[in-house]
Design a protein around this ligand. Structure first.
Ligand code: OTD
Ligand code: ZN
Ligand code: ZN
Length: 350
């Protein structure tokens, strides 16, 4: 059946290869939103203070599992926040003992809670060499932080100035370029087969910079990396729906309570966990590639990480416009759910 005539789609249970769950009240509120549809997620370590050591990752994992409602299944895949003082032996032990799945590189100051990130890449060289040796992936927030570089150019400059030299020095290191937002990044990943993949978020497949800035400023569309012009969004969609194994879903769902978004200097982050699968189905359907959704959301990620695809399935069924809340409540305040700007017709039966 041609994709355009499909009204139901059953796919392996998806995984989210880039997720912010936070801690405490926020964790309790947002975790079910992901666990409802997703089997596993790569958990970002940018708490305050960050999750740096194996011991901290293990404790955070325990807090996540304690926050999981009875009857729900979910496997958090933990990451370690790379700092200039990270101990390679601790990283090795965390990986070999199954405590951590990946290490996260934030250039210092690149995004929310990234002040402890890396300034001098030579200082983390021994950690990267260890990771290459044991096959542990490095997840990269790929933006330079130099205030002289235009914010819309920071990803493209990062590829040339940081990522290319780094991958030359440590060619055996598996690298995930996270939340790519540009055609430059898509081209780079596509042209460099070995040990390189990219995640793409739900929102970057849907919004461009006009959504943030035209007709009034929209804080709920503000995230980092910031959405780029439409041609870049189109390149991201083409990569996502292509079935190319190097591209997979990392929602970067990043909840903030509304008071922290809606202020003079509002936080970056878009909360897409509740409606991500319905949004993605619309994007893939519009591209005439609904059947490729499984590769993007459920197959390519585990393949890159060397994990089995899920044995479970979810079914997406097309129907009347989906009703979903504009906000979810947390004990700290409301969190606005991503508004794609169009009706969602795909209902998820998990
Ligand atoms: N981007 N917000 C956050 C993280 C991401 O770069 C990211 O991964 C966050 O709030 O933690 C955001 O806009
Ligand atoms: Zn990031
Ligand atoms: Zn993120």
């Amino acid at each position: 059946m041609p994709d355009k005539d499909l009204t139901t789609l059953t796919i392996r249970r998806p995984d989210d290869w880039h997720l912010h769950l936070r801690d405490g009240n926020m964790l309790r509120a947002v975790l079910p939103e992901t666990a409802r549809h997703f089997g596993r997620a790569i958990i970002m370590p940018n708490l305050v203070p960050p999750v740096v050591t194996a011991e901290q990752a293990s404790a955070y994992r325990d807090r996540i599992m304690a926050a999981l409602p009875d009857g729900m299944q979910f496997e958090p895949l933990m990451t370690l926040y790379l700092t200039e003082t990270t101990d390679p032996d601790d990283v090795r032990a965390a990986f070999e003992n199954g405590i951590a799945t990946a290490v996260k590189l934030y250039p210092a100051g690149a995004t929310t809670n990234s002040a402890s990130g890396v300034r001098d890449f030579e200082k983390v060289r021994s950690v990267l060499d260890t990771m290459a040796e044991i096959g542990m992936p490095l997840c990269v927030h790929g933006e330079v932080t130099d205030s002289n570089i235009d914010i819309f150019d920071r990803e493209a400059v990062f590829i040339d100035k940081i990522l290319k030299p780094l991958r030359k020095k440590v060619p055996d290191l598996k690298v995930v370029m996270e939340h790519v937002t540009t055609e430059d990044a898509v081209d780079y990943v596509r042209d460099n087969h070995k040990n390189l993949a990219a995640t793409i978020t739900t929102h970057h497949l849907i919004i461009n910079r006009n959504h943030i800035l035209a007709g009034g400023i929209k804080p709920h569309y503000y995230c980092l990396p910031v959405a780029k012009r439409e041609a870049h969004r189109v390149a991201l969609v083409q990569a996502a729906v292509s079935g190319d194994k190097r591209f997979f879903l990392g929602t970067d769902s990043a909840p903030h309570i509304d008071p922290n978004k809606l202020q003079t200097c509002g936080c970056a982050g878009i909360f897409t966990a509740p409606n991500t699968m319905s949004c993605l189905a619309e994007v893939f359907e519009a591209a005439g590639e609904l059947k490729k959704l499984e590769a993007f959301a459920s197959l390519n990620g585990p393949r890159f990480y060397g994990l089995p695809a899920s044995e479970q399935t979810i079914t997406l069924r097309k129907g009347d416009p989906l009703k979903y809340p504009t906000h979810i409540a947390t004990e700290d305040g409301p969190v606005t759910v991503f508004d794609p700007g169009f009706d969602l017709h795909w209902h998820v039966e998990a």
